[in-house]
Design a protein around this ligand. Structure first.
Ligand code: ZN
Length: 246
């Protein structure tokens, strides 16, 4: 009997801890040496841009571990390694999400055990949001809304706060939007690919050299209700259950 009940008690206790205890963000030591060295996949202009964000994220220490006592610094370069390339979508998502994180985590540390994200299904937006928030489709903490445009929603599970970040109208170059549409339609020349790539990098560069508040709107969503997307193999994320264990 005790053998049967004990695991249940542990899970209930862990869930209670996860819901009601919070890390002391002010006491957590920050990793201050992010890798920003340019290389073939991470350009000089991105490494040195004035508005290139550096994120500090908090995780657990092991698969059944507690909160770590230090954060990790994540740069655009790290995002490129995960996503596969430096593109305007990666830069847009990073800068936009950084504005949202400032609302959800004013202390400056992103709790990747406690954050969900909603984006459209572009490879770039979804990758960056998942990496920075720790949200995953398979745990019901990442959502995809194909109707969304150049916009993002961040959600903090413990406080039920949601933030919406959207690119302002007129910021994304119309000429680039038309060219991307043409290429996706299949009716394009090899030169179009080169021109599109250059225009995307020019736009990414502009985003990293403009105060982010000029490019995006940020607003809280007080009535936002988090409902996980349907996914048949959804499971419990075990590596955060004991984050607050003594
Ligand atoms: Zn991309």
């Amino acid at each position: 009997m005790v053998r049967k009940i004990l695991p249940l008690v542990v899970v209930v206790f862990a869930c209670w801890l996860a819901l009601f205890a919070q890390p002391d963000f002010k006491q957590i030591e920050r990793d201050r040496e992010p890798d920003l060295k340019p290389t073939w996949y991470f350009f000089d202009w991105a490494a040195k841009a004035p508005y290139a964000p550096v994120f500090h994220v908090l995780d657990t220490e092991s698969s059944l571990g507690r909160y770590a006592k230090r954060t990790k610094a994540i740069t655009l370069k790290d995002l490129v390694k995960f996503h596969g390339h430096l593109c305007d979508g990666l830069v847009t998502a990073a800068v936009a999400l950084n504005l949202g994180f400032k609302v959800l985590y004013p202390e400056g540390v992103i709790d990747r055990t406690d954050t969900g994200c909603v984006t459209n299904n572009s490879p770039c937006f979804g990758d960056v949001a998942a990496y920075l928030t720790g949200g995953r489709i398979r745990f019901g903490t990442q959502k995809i809304d194909p109707k969304m445009g150049n916009e993002f929603i961040l959600y903090r599970f413990s406080t039920r706060e949601a933030v919406h970040i959207a690119m302002k109208p007129g910021v994304f170059p119309d000429e680039l939007a038309q060219l991307e549409k043409k290429i996706r339609s299949g009716n394009f020349s090899p030169a179009d690919i080169d021109r599109c790539q250059k225009m995307q990098w020019d736009f990414a560069r502009k985003v990293l050299n403009t105060p982010p508040e000029q490019l995006f709107t940020v607003k809280k969503l007080p009535d936002f209700d988090w409902k996980p997307d349907e996914y048949p193999n959804r499971g419990v994320r075990g590596d955060i259950l004991l984050k607050n264990a003594p």
